[in-house]
Design a protein around this ligand. Sequence first.
Ligand SMILES: C[S@@+](CC[C@H](N)C(=O)[O-])C[C@H]1O[C@@H](n2cnc3c(N)ncnc32)[C@H](O)[C@@H]1O
Length: 185
Amino acid sequence: MRLAEVERTFGNKASWDKPFAEWFETFVDEANQAVFRGNSACQAVCGNAIDLPAGFDLVYIDPPYISQRGVAVDYADFYHFLEGLCDYDGWQERIDWGSKHRRMVRQPNPWTDKAQIYAAFDRCFAHFAESILVVSYRSDGVPGIDELRSLMGRYKSNVQVAVFGDYTYALSTNKRSQEVLLFGI
Ligand SMILES: C[S@@+](CC[C@H](N)C(=O)[O-])C[C@H]1O[C@@H](n2cnc3c(N)ncnc32)[C@H](O)[C@@H]1O
């Protein structure tokens, strides 16, 4: 049981108060509706994106995001359940038992480091340069949209930017930031 005036360091009280089993029952049908049989064999793999082989028709990335203040989202901290599920066999060993909310152990990652993220994008674009490139992004990130456009322009002759002005993701409190898709064809 929790008191209403308890000091909260993360999360949303209503969500955290509801048992996981109830949430599961609420959404399991919805999740199952999203499963469909594709026309050809599919493969899901887990690992560093640039360690994958290249040569796909289209590569879509939705990388971690660094705000203009240089604050990065480390998914190992915030999305324990989903990140754990993606690496089910390694889940147990990846839990940081010393952290209050049982985050996953932090791994060095250029996508969450302001000094390295430019090189990370560049390596990724270079690696998949033969494919159509699509990047989900936000308008107030580091690198900025223009910087990202020119990074992509090193590998793609036709780079386009689509801005989705009124659309923000569900938990966003940042009303100034806009969702953006960059295409390199
Ligand atoms: C913005 S989230 C993507 C969320 C997902 N597209 C969705 O809508 O649910 C960024 C994801 O990139 C993953 N990630 C971070 N570094 C990565 C890397 N080097 N290679 C592959 N994935 C990485 C994070 O673990 C996180 O799941």
